[in-house]
Design a protein around this ligand. Sequence first.
Ligand SMILES: N[C@@H](CCC(=O)N[C@@H](CS)C(=O)NCC(=O)O)C(=O)O
Length: 285
Amino acid sequence: MLELYHNINSVCAQKVRIALNEKGQEAEEHLLTLRGDQNEGAYLKLNPNGVVPTLVHDGRPIVESSLILYYIDDVFPEPPLMPKAPLPRLRVRMYNKLIDEYLHNACTILTFATAFRPNFLKVPREVWLAEINKAPLKRRTEYKRSVIEHGLESEFAADALAQHRKLLAWMADSLKSGQYLAGDSFSNAECAVIPYILRLELQARPPVGGLSRDRRLVGAHARAALGQGGDLRSHDGQGLGAVQEPRARSLAQGAGAPTSDGVNPCSKQPPDHNMMISATTRHRQ
Ligand SMILES: N[C@@H](CCC(=O)N[C@@H](CS)C(=O)NCC(=O)O)C(=O)O
């Protein structure tokens, strides 16, 4: 039996929902509001980081969305979400590593700086500070504090945008030679990437330039898994799409252009490991 602890708008949980949908699997849903319930004792026993998603399979909790994707593919092999050949497999893992190490935090930073900030600012500083301080992961709390206080002027915002540009550059490169990000079929690379593209689009209407091929993937798979509204559906019926941030829009539109630092291990060429390390080190937060 599968159970999924998640939140409709959570990008990490959306990855898992897309993968389960591809596999034709259904999980019993446990919805969290992420307004404090993620840090309550009972949930922390399942996920000590106080984040979603958590997949519970036959009573065993599995955490970390990228690892959940690999797990789902191991347990439910059909249709495969990992390519067979080593280089495309590497590419799937590189996308997931980029997301785990950089892009997800960058997404949190932009989301809090734009969509969530206005609501936090409606309550006194000590109230929202106490709330975000409950989270076990203190580095994330620091990002959140900074962007709630400073919005897109935060010291973390520029790097968050750079991480998104990097993802888009990788995608543009991968998609030069085919329809999919890794290999010749839909894979865990798409499962991982699509929610971040949906989120970027929500923050940057009209959609980010140069993404037409990526948007086909979004259309075919994400809508099926996440419903017609993509991640617009939310507990309060408003969703992130209700929030427009003009500056985020123009910044993110610029994110369509490939970057010059684009050492891209997701290209068809095998990556140069040393170059990759220096490129990622430049982005380290
Ligand atoms: N590395 C984790 C990150 C999970 C994560 O940050 N989840 C967000 C939603 S996308 C969350 O639960 N946030 C609640 C909070 O920050 O308090 C994963 O990939 O599963």
